[in-house]
Design a protein around this ligand. Sequence first.
Ligand SMILES: *[C@@H]1O[C@H](CO)[C@@H](O)[C@H](O)[C@H]1NC(C)=O
Ligand SMILES: *[C@@H]1O[C@H](CO)[C@@H](O)[C@H](O)[C@H]1NC(C)=O
Ligand SMILES: *[C@@H]1O[C@H](CO)[C@@H](O)[C@H](O)[C@H]1NC(C)=O
Length: 461
Amino acid sequence: MRSILVVFCVWICFSVDASTPNADCSKIPEVENAEVSQSSRKDNYTDGDKLEYNCKPGYASPLKITYNCTDNKWTKLRGGNCSLKRCELPEDIPNGRYTIVSGSAFVFGTTIKYICNDDYQMMSRFDTRTCQEGGWDNQLPACEEISCVADSTEENVRVEGLPENDGLIRYGHRLTFSCSDYGWILQGPKEITCQSNGQWSGPFPKCVGATCPLNTAVGDLKMERFPDIEGPVKPRHKLIFSCNTEGLKLKGQREITCQSNGEWNSPFPKCEEVMCVAKLTVSMRSDRHPVPEVSVRPGHTITLSCVGRGVKLQGHSKITCLSDGQWGNPFPKCIGGKCGPPPKVNFADTTEITKKEYDSGEKVEYSCFNKYTLVQRHPYSKYLTCEHGEWRGNIKCLKPCSVTVEKMDERGIQLRWRGREKIFSPHRDRIIFSCKSGKSSTGIDLTQTCNDGEMTLPLCV
Ligand SMILES: *[C@@H]1O[C@H](CO)[C@@H](O)[C@H](O)[C@H]1NC(C)=O
Ligand SMILES: *[C@@H]1O[C@H](CO)[C@@H](O)[C@H](O)[C@H]1NC(C)=O
Ligand SMILES: *[C@@H]1O[C@H](CO)[C@@H](O)[C@H](O)[C@H]1NC(C)=O
């Protein structure tokens, strides 16, 4: 068995040796980032043959890499490694700088981008440069100070803010426009600003002749134009109105004028049914209407009366509405009247001992309970007034907020400056909380304000 193997090996080894005498030189060395040049490729290599390598695109070696076939082995004659080609240090530009956007400084394939300083803008089509075989591609970009160019405007447009002597219009510069003639209005923005991209914030406006809109659907309203001409209504033109149906009355202005801004000086009037209207005072009642207003058609009569202790009617109690919308007699009044003790108000007391009876015009002052806050803004005040038998006025006390220690513990908070302590603070008081040590806020503001007894408590976990 062993002898058979030996024989087999001898045969195989010899036959390989015999068929490829230069076995080692047939194996071409691999060189990183390089390829064997076309001219040194051969089928078989013998002693003394040379192999030349070319670096791949973007790579370079100081000497051409060459191998020599010596004693059936490739040995390096000269040349180093193929490393990425380098470009020169990129040039700086005035008012700008560059950064590397890909690759590393500054080898083949690296791309840099030029950025302009604040208030400067890129003027070149390309703002990047890439390191190529032959150096940096693209032209060196240029940055220029950001400025806007003013459009020309028509003569009737007044422009304010243009720099003198055609100076540069820089970022942030503002122009304002107006029309120089009466009856012309600006079409477009009144004001534009030079933006950071060198563009104006809006278009340059024009001045166009102002016209007032003419509403056509007027119904019972009769309208006459002055001057009486067709076409758009120009500034200073007028409209005169009347109602063309009996029993209707004009409500609003009889005459309106078109203004230089293209708007009417007052809205169009309306034709309304003629009615007698009156407001009822607190102690006055009508036989036909609920408070607080009566409105009746011409020819109708209403009866008025007064309510409240000691309140008397002054004038005629029955009055009739006339065809022109006026009352046949002066509208009556309710006078006199006494009030009883002032009413109880939530969270407030009167400042003085109260009486059993008050005359019309007498006031009673209230003050809120401790820590409650009196609202003094209309329609609230600190007084109630007796008016012809009724107490009038509004009093409001806003509630304080109270937060217990337990409640704060539950939410993981404490008072920023006082630690663990119950709070009882009036409306609008600002309370600053802090998280208990080791806890952090869930995002609810740690400063909170009391609002009529309510306050959002922060939460720390
Ligand atoms: C290369 O070597 C082989 C085997 O030794 C041989 O048959 C062939 O003719 C050789 N070719 C050249 C071009 O010398
Ligand atoms: C290349 O190899 C041949 C054969 O071994 C040898 O004679 C020659 O001197 C070598 N050339 C160089 C430059 O080493
Ligand atoms: C060439 O590359 C080889 C392997 O990567 C390294 O050992 C050698 O130092 C390099 N030589 C030079 C000159 O860079």
